[in-house]
Write a protein that binds this ligand. Structure first.
Ligand SMILES: [Zn+2]
Length: 283
């Protein structure tokens, strides 16, 4: 119901949250962008100067696919990328406010974001399903085994020993099983590792949505576009259409419209996400 005035939609969304027995939060790339975790602009140029000068990198997204010639260069770049997005950036205001907004309702988070902002903002780890990985872990590049390795100490060592956009050879991570190269645990090819924790989170998410199936459940979808709509967007629409007690609150600057039959059960916002979440918190 994007055609109603802003205040009317805010009131409707607030009421839905207030009366919800369950909330399912879906976080996409647009949420982190709105939170200030920009992948381009000043945040990129201020932090990646030497890499931009050397490799002509344009933004943090395309630079993730840069074909480095050596592992020493690859890990100098990735150490900085991981450190900035996962370790140096504290919980952002938008995620903190989001948590305030829903913390008294039984909730679960499904997200394609990989920087742990939900957890930093107060959401319990056992209530989060990070489908596409997390910056904090490394895996075998060819997925020879399904274990993940927490990388904070490695990243910090790499950062402090980076010189001329390279780390020393002795700091290059090697797979402890096959001895081959390692990668960050992000879904970008068929070698993405889903470890035991991933399957446990998936199971908890499925159990939660099953429990909420016929209840008063609010799906809150934030910044989810059409890169991977099969993970959050389409399942939310489908669970919504199957449950007459459900509502969908969609925050999306560019793609507010969903399935026609869900129109009356949807409150959509194209307004700035920080403003909307802030107004939802207003008494
Ligand atoms: Zn291996």
């Amino acid at each position: 119901m994007i055609h109603e005035g802003y205040e009317a939609r805010i009131e409707k969304a607030k009421r839905a949250i207030q009366y919800a027995d369950y909330m399912v939060i879906g976080g996409g790339a647009g949420l982190s962008a709105a939170a200030g975790l920009d992948y381009n602009g000043r945040r990129f140029s201020e932090n990646f100067g030497p890499f931009i000068a050397r490799y002509g990198m344009k933004d943090l997204y395309t630079s993730s696919f840069y074909p480095f010639e050596t592992q020493e260069e690859k890990w100098a770049y990735w150490a900085k990328h991981i450190s900035l997005n996962r370790y140096e950036t504290p919980a952002t205001e938008l995620y903190l406010q989001l948590y305030e907004c829903i913390k008294t309702t039984d909730h679960f988070v499904i997200t394609t974001n990989v920087e742990s902002q939900f957890e930093k903002a107060g959401f319990k780890r056992e209530k989060i399903f990070e489908v596409q990985g997390n910056y904090a872990f490394l895996q075998c590049k060819t997925a020879c085994h399904n274990k993940l390795y927490y990388n904070e100490p490695m990243v910090s060592a790499m950062m402090s020993e980076t010189e001329n956009c390279r780390i020393p050879g002795r700091l290059v991570p090697k797979c402890p099983v096959c001895g081959g190269e390692m990668d960050v645990n992000l879904r970008k090819d068929r070698y993405f590792v889903q470890d035991q924790q991933w399957y446990t989170s998936e199971k908890r998410y499925n159990e939660f949505t099953k429990r909420a199936l016929n209840s008063r459940v609010v799906f809150m979808e934030l910044g989810v576009g059409f890169n991977t709509p099969g993970i959050i967007r389409f399942p939310f629409e489908s669970m919504l259409s199957a449950n007459p007690n459900a509502a969908l609150i969609r925050l999306n600057r560019h793609d507010p419209f969903g399935m026609e039959e869900n129109r009356d059960a949807t409150v959509a916002f194209t307004e700035a996400m920080t403003q909307v979440v802030n107004d939802l918190l207003r008494c």
